[in-house]
Design a protein around this ligand. Structure first.
Ligand SMILES: Cc1cc2nc3c(=O)[nH]c(=O)nc-3n(C[C@H](O)[C@H](O)[C@H](O)COP(=O)(O)OP(=O)(O)OC[C@H]3O[C@@H](n4cnc5c(N)ncnc54)[C@H](O)[C@@H]3O)c2cc1C
Length: 399
């Protein structure tokens, strides 16, 4: 069977690998010059430090089983550092409190008073069984379970915002509860931080391209597909973002909004952040300085602030909290469509793999995988699409 995969992000790459591993003749069409989609290293610019910056920090968790399997398949299992969850949260007064995988550690969370800490612990345990509908926000659910706005802002938002790329008061309760249950309430290993230790482009797109070619697939980068009719294939996986997917499939556009991520990469002349031992940024503090990446999830206002103004604002906030330092280099990366925004009511509009054409399937992190729009969702969607085409011949995806 000749299979065409349109889109060389993680969804398309995962689908293509499963299809080629099942013995199909696979061609991947990717519009950009590189594979990897949203998981990219920025094109090199003069003056960039080595290694060059990525388009934004990508963090996986221990519960991202299909993403980890994908890395193993492309020979990159060793390109991540896995460590127990320990999220240091630096307060206005420079005090540090840590969120970890042990629910009892909440009792030592110094950004809340004792009563609030106990209430957070109670709510966390209640979330195991609480009914979480897609019709309300996660903030509404937390308030129903007894949480104050203080606890939402100082504890829940710290975890939910980077995970869902939305504020707790914007995200769907069902998606928020799924995230807490899957990551924080499924055993310690599920919450492990899985951090990239190589440039994202090299360990995702480049490595997957090599693995596909070694398995006999044809990879065509720099090739935008204008119409599915142009493809010489028996079956097609359409693994592109929602609007392009609708255009190619002749569907009504799916009413899913985007949520942005803005990353500001900064090189200071001295180490500023010692607490997380550098691992959260992938860069150890060095004798001569420190490279930090500040990631702002779901803050659309930042898209409006241009270049120098944004760097000055973020660098100023950091030095105010962490101490004086001179900025040696900076670069800004804006991703206005980083993820889809899973607000209340959006679960129902996420389509499945099936399309109106029997030989064409849909993939992409945004389709209905049951997961938030993460790398895990992308890989799962790709594997589900391949499975739909090959009628269960690939390894089943565990629930
Ligand atoms: C800055 C940033 C930070 C993130 N951080 C995290 C994180 O920490 N953890 C996490 O799990 N997830 C994170 N994500 C989300 C994650 O990267 C995405 O959910 C996932 O990579 C999307 O994969 P995809 O294959 O579904 O889509 P995409 O990566 O968007 O891939 C789609 C591909 O299709 C191509 N394409 C589009 N139209 C056509 C066409 N007509 N013909 C050919 N090709 C076409 C595009 O060029 C693109 O390469 C982040 C995303 C961004 C942008």
């Amino acid at each position: 069977m000749k299979a065409a995969v349109v889109g060389g992000g993680l969804a398309g790459l995962a689908a293509a690998l499963d299809l080629v591993d099942c013995g199909h003749h696979v061609t991947v069409y990717e519009a950009r010059p590189t594979l990897g989609g949203a998981v990219q290293t920025l094109p090199e610019r003069e003056g960039d430090p080595d290694p060059p910056p990525d388009n934004g920090q990508h963090i996986a968790l221990g519960c991202f089983t299909e993403y980890l399997r994908f890395l193993a398949r492309i020979g990159e299992a060793g390109s991540v550092l896995r460590k127990r969850l320990a999220l240091p949260v630096v307060g206005e007064s420079r005090r540090v409190a840590t969120i970890s995988s042990n629910p009892l550690s909440i009792l030592g969370y110094r950004h809340l008073d004792r009563g609030e800490r106990l209430a957070v612990l109670r709510t966390l345990l209640r979330l195991r069984t609480a009914t979480a509908s897609d019709g309300e926000t996660f903030g509404d659910l937390l308030r129903r379970l007894g949480q104050s706005q203080e606890a939402i802002d100082r504890f829940w938002d710290v975890f939910i915002r980077p995970a869902l790329n939305l504020r707790t008061d914007e995200a769907s309760a069902a998606v928020g509860a799924f995230t807490v249950r899957t990551a924080l309430l499924s055993g310690r290993a599920a919450a492990d931080l899985v951090l990239p230790v190589r440039p994202l482009g090299a360990m995702h797109g480049d490595a997957a391209g090599r693995a596909l070619e070694a398995a006999g697939a044809n990879v065509r980068t720099g090739t935008r597909v204008d119409s599915l009719d142009d493809l010489d294939a028996d079956t097609v996986v359409v693994a592109v973002p929602p609007a392009e997917s609708a255009r190619l499939l002749g569907d009504e556009p799916v009413p899913l909004e985007d949520s942005p991520i803005v990353s500001v990469h900064l090189l200071f002349d001295r180490p500023l952040l010692r607490v997380p031992r550098g691992a959260l940024t992938g860069h150890e503090p060095q004798a001569r300085g420190q490279y930090l990446t500040v990631v702002s999830s779901g803050v659309p206002e930042l898209l409006e602030i241009r270049g120098r103004g944004l760097v000055d604002r973020i660098a100023g906030q950091l030095t105010e909290r962490l101490g004086a330092a001179e900025l040696l280099w900076s670069r800004v990366s804006r991703e206005p469509r980083a993820t889809v925004a899973l607000r209340p009511g959006q679960a129902a509009v996420r389509p499945g793999t099936e399309t109106r054409y029997p030989n064409v399937v849909r993939a992409g992190t945004w389709i209905d995988t049951g997961w938030p729009a993460t790398m895990e969702s992308a890989v799962r969607s790709g594997r589900a699409a391949a499975r739909a085409l090959t009628a269960e011949k690939t390894t089943p995806i565990p629930a």
